[in-house]
Design a protein around this ligand. Structure first.
Ligand code: SAM
Length: 287
């Protein structure tokens, strides 16, 4: 595939639009696209939290209204993979890119079927390896600010037990459960996407129970998804990539783009980097 830059030339970026030019669209309320009563994290879309998720029901309508079965859909800002999941359900070819390795990992797990029995067998093996592990404690900048020492040792043992899984899809599955566990047992406020420390944080958390509960919850979500909406063939390209360097798709090969780009700065709006930082450090992903 050739590298095709969809970004405007630098010279095009310096013009200053008038107010009228910068607001060329009239806002209309479309009741058909109002899904306030349905949670965006329904079903497999709830596997691992992610900031600023698109609502799957809106994506579903857009794919349905503007493309046919077998059409090629592009999402240059994959995030948690909502468009990817909907393309899988609705039999579309899909290409998605995201700069954040955690986003790519979550999206891959949401869109990869795994046998529940294999998950349970691997979970028992991970827990047994964890119980006998004495890994060197993981170190990174400010780790002791965000985690109690006993939690650092438990997470280090768990990380080592997961790394020993040979099957790549199973390892990805447990890494996603591990990432959510990291958020749960850290001293950060779980419901915030920015990194903020809790005022009164608990000690002696049961790390392995938290991990086991999350893994079983995720197993149930995947099992129900692949049972209730059995998708067709997975015709996918899902890649970690900074798309400011260009999007590697051929000219004319995309029928529809369904995406939600990053917006604002980390002071005033969603901080994808802050949200993912601790998970990425623990997983050894990214810079
Ligand atoms: C609004 S979120 C996408 C959410 C997604 N639609 C969903 O439903 O979960 C924007 C995404 O853009 C990604 N992103 C930011 N800058 C990027 C870049 N230069 N190249 C690729 N992805 C980027 C962020 O990592 C983030 O996952």
């Amino acid at each position: 595939m050739t590298q095709t830059s969809l970004l405007p030339q630098q010279s095009a970026l310096v013009s200053h639009p008038t107010v009228a030019e910068s607001q060329p669209f009239k806002r209309i309320r479309e009741p058909r696209l109002d899904f306030r009563g349905t949670r965006a994290s329904t079903g497999v879309h709830g596997l691992h939290p992610y900031p600023a998720m698109l609502h799957f029901a809106v994506v579903r309508e857009l794919i349905d209204d503007y493309s046919q079965e077998g059409a090629a859909v592009l999402d240059p800002f994959v995030g948690s993979g909502v468009t990817a999941v909907e393309c899988l359900i609705h039999n579309r070819i899909y290409a998605g890119f995201d700069i954040n390795p955690l986003a790519v990992l979550i999206s891959r797990v949401r869109t990869t079927p795994i046998d529940a029995q294999h998950i349970e067998k691997a979970l028992s093996a991970v827990i047994s390896r964890y119980e006998h592990a004495s890994a060197s404690p993981v170190e990174f900048h400010n780790i002791h600010y965000w985690f109690h020492d006993d939690v650092i040792q438990k997470l280090s043992n768990l990380r080592e037990a997961i790394a020993a899984i040979e099957d790549a899809s199973l390892r990805d599955f447990f890494q996603v459960a591990f990432s959510e566990t990291v958020r749960r047992v850290s001293r950060t406020r779980f419901n915030e996407f920015k990194l903020l420390r809790k005022k009164n944080d608990e000690e002696n958390l049961n790390v392995v129970k938290t991990f086991r509960d999350i893994a079983l919850k995720n197993e149930g979500m995947l099992a129900r998804f692949y049972r209730d909406d059995p998708p067709g063939a997975r015709r996918f390209l899902l890649e970690e990539r900074d798309i400011t360097g260009g999007i590697p798709v051929d000219d004319g090969s995309v029928d529809l783009v369904v995406t939600s780009p990053p917006y604002g700065d980390s002071k005033t709006t969603v901080a994808y980097g802050q949200f993912s930082r601790l998970s990425l450090r623990w997983l050894g992903l990214g810079r």
